[in-house]
Design a protein around this ligand. Structure first.
Ligand code: UDP
Length: 459
C-alpha cells in the first residue's frame, strides 16, 4: 500500500458516455487503492468530466484533471456510433499533446480506451507501460476474436438460412447473419481500425475489463487461457459509481414519481447515449407499451424542438417520458423498477444486473447482439424482443411491430413464472457482483494484484 500510494496513473478515456463513465469510475477505483489518478481530457470536454469527478471530491477522494493543450474543436466528443472522419482527425490532433503530457509528468502507467490504439505507440516511445481499457465483457471479446479469425480457424459455418454457427467457444453460438456487422464477412475501412485496436492490445502490457469473474467465468478463462490475452477484471465499475448530484435535471420529480408506484411495477426504457430509433419505430414502441398496460419511464433523445418548446419531463398515460439525459443508475436502483428495455450497451447490462433488474433486450449495433446472447441464452436474466438486423434503425430497415413489443414487455413485466424466474436469476447475479467487489472478492483481489504488478514494473 505504501508503495502504491506513490503511483501516478493517467487515464485517457474516449469522449463518449459509454466509455467515459466507466473510465472515471476506474480512475476512482485506483484512487481508492492509493494511486494518484489523473484523467486526461480536452478543453471542450473539461466541464463534462469536471462535473463527474466533483462527486468523488465530495466523497473525499481526489482525482486530478489534466487538460491537453489541443486545438480540437469538440469533434473528439463521439455523438454517434460511427467513427467519423472528423472524429478520427480530432484524434490525430491529440497525438502531440498526449506525448507532451507523458514527457512532462512521467506517470508510472497509462490506461487508455480500447478505441485509442495510437496511444500504445506513444506510450511505448516514452517507456511508459500502457493498459488498454475494454468497455465490453469477456463474452463479446471472445466472440469477436473467433469471428475475426474465422477465415483461418474454421470455427464459423453459415448455412442456407443464413444462420451463422460459431464453434470453439464454451457454448455453441448461433446467430442470423443479418445480426452481425457486415465487416465480419467483408473487409471495410472499419476493419482496418479494429485491426489496429487488436494490434495495440497485443502490444500493451495488459487489458482491463469491466466485468467480474462470476458473470462470465468460462469466457474469462477462454479469453485469458485459450486466446492467451493478458487481462484483469476489476468490475462491475458501476458499483464504484456515486449517486448523481442533485442538480441532475428533474431528479427529484422522477424519484417522487417512482416512489408513488408499486414494487417492481415499472419498465425503464433507454437505448443508450448514441442510438436514435426512427420515428416509426418509436410509434410502434409507444403502442406496444400502451397495450401491455404497465407503467414505464422512457428516455428519449430530445430534438431541438423538444428542448425549446416542450421541456424535458412529461407524463403520458401510464408513463413518464424523459427527453434528454436521465439519471439511469439512480432510476435502476429504485425498487419500483421491474424491467429494463435496453439496447444492450455493456454499461447498461451491468447496471441492470447490479441493480437486480431483468432485461428486455433490443440490440442495435457494436457488440450489442453478443451481449444479448450472454444475457438471454447464457445467464438467463433477460428475454429478447426479437431484433433480427444489425444496425441503427434507419428508414427502410426492420421495424419491430407493436404486437412484438407488447409480447416482450409482458414476458418481463406480467406477474407469473417467467417474471419470477428472471427475478431470481438476476438477483443471484447481483449478489455475486456485490461480493466480487468486496474485500476478498474476485474483482477486489484482481485489483490488488494489478496494483502490485504496476508497482513491480516501476522497480
Ligand atoms: N446513460 C445515462 N443516462 C442516459 C443515457 C445513458 O446515465 O440518458 C448512461 C448509462 O447509465 C451508461 C452509459 O450512459 O452508463 C451508456 O453506456 P452503454 O454502454 O450502456 O451504451 P452506449 O451509450 O455506449 O451505447
Amino acid at each position: 500500500m505504501t508503495k502504491s500510494k506513490e503511483l501516478h496513473i493517467f487515464f485517457f478515456p474516449l469522449m463518449a458516455p459509454g466509455h467515459l463513465i466507466p473510465m472515471i469510475n476506474l480512475a476512482n477505483l485506483f484512487a481508492l487503492h492509493g494511486a494518484k489518478s489523473t484523467i486526461l481530457t480536452t478543453p471542450k470536454c473539461t466541464s463534462l468530466i469536471q462535473n463527474q469527478i466533483n462527486r468523488f471530491h465530495l466523497s473525499g477522494h481526489c482525482i486530478n484533471l489534466l487538460v491537453l493543450s489541443s486545438s480540437a474543436k469538440g469533434n473528439e466528443n463521439l455523438t454517434s456510433p460511427e467513427l467519423s472522419t472528423c472524429f478520427l482527425k480530432a484524434m490525430d490532433d491529440l497525438h502531440k499533446p498526449f506525448d507532451q503530457a507523458l514527457k512532462e509528468h512521467q506517470p508510472n502507467c497509462v490506461v487508455t480506451d480500447m478505441y485509442l490504439p495510437w496511444t500504445q505507440e506513444i506510450a511505448s516511445q516514452n517507456s511508459i507501460p500502457r493498459l488498454l481499457f475494454h468497455t465490453m465483457g469477456y463474452f463479446a471479446l471472445s466472440v469477436i476474436d473467433t469471428l475475426d479469425n474465422h477465415a483461418t480457424n474454421g470455427c464459423v459455418n453459415v448455412d442456407q438460412d443464413e444462420m451463422v454457427m460459431v464453434h470453439g467457444l464454451p457454448h455453441l453460438l448461433q446467430m442470423k447473419k443479418s445480426q452481425l456487422h457486415d465487416t465480419v464477412f467483408t473487409r471495410k475501412k472499419f476493419s482496418e481500425f479494429m485491426e489496429s485496436v487488436t494490434e495495440s492490445e497485443l502490444r500493451s502490457h495488459a487489458a482491463i475489463v469491466n466485468t467480474f469473474y462470476e458473470l462470465e467465468s468460462q469466457y474469462a478463462d477462454h479469453y485469458r487461457k485459450k486466446i492467451g490475452r493478458k487481462a484483469w477484471h476489476v468490475g462491475p465499475l458501476s458499483l464504484v459509481n456515486l449517486p448523481s448530484p442533485s442538480q441532475i435535471n428533474c431528479l427529484e420529480r422522477i424519484m417522487t414519481w417512482l416512489d408513488s408506484k408499486q414494487l417492481k411495477s415499472i419498465l425503464y426504457i433507454c437505448f443508450g447515449s448514441l442510438s436514435h430509433p426512427t420515428k416509426i419505430q418509436l410509434e410502434e414502441i409507444a403502442h406496444g407499451l400502451e397495450n401491455a398496460n404497465h407503467h414505464f419511464i422512457w428516455v428519449m433523445r430530445p430534438t431541438e424542438e423538444d428542448v425549446q418548446e416542450k421541456g424535458i419531463l412529461t407524463e403520458q398515460g401510464k408513463g413518464l417520458v424523459i427527453k434528454g439525459w436521465a439519471p439511469q443508475a439512480e432510476i435502476l436502483s429504485h425498487s419500483s423498477i421491474g424491467g429494463f428495455m435496453t439496447h444492450c450497451g455493456w454499461n447498461s447490462v451491468l447496471e441492470s444486473i447490479t441493480r437486480s433488474v431483468p432485461i428486455l433486450t433490443w440490440p442495435m449495433f457494436a457488440e450489442q447482439f453478443y451481449n444479448e446472447k450472454l444475457v438471454v441464452d447464457v445467464l438467463g436474466v433477460g428475454v429478447k424482443v426479437g431484433v433480427q438486423e444489425w444496425g441503427m434503425r434507419e428508414e427502410g430497415k426492420e421495424v419491430i411491430g407493436r404486437d412484438v413489443v407488447e409480447r416482450g414487455v409482458r414476458r418481463v413485466m406480467d406477474e407469473g413464472e417467467e417474471k419470477q424466474r428472471l427475478g431470481e436469476r438476476v438477483n443471484s447475479m447481483k449478489e455475486k457482483a456485490r461480493r466480487a467487489v468486496e474485500k476478498g472478492g474476485s474483482s477486489c483481489v484482481e485489483m490488488e494484484r494489478l496494483m502490485q504488478e504496476i508497482c513491480a514494473w516501476r522497480s
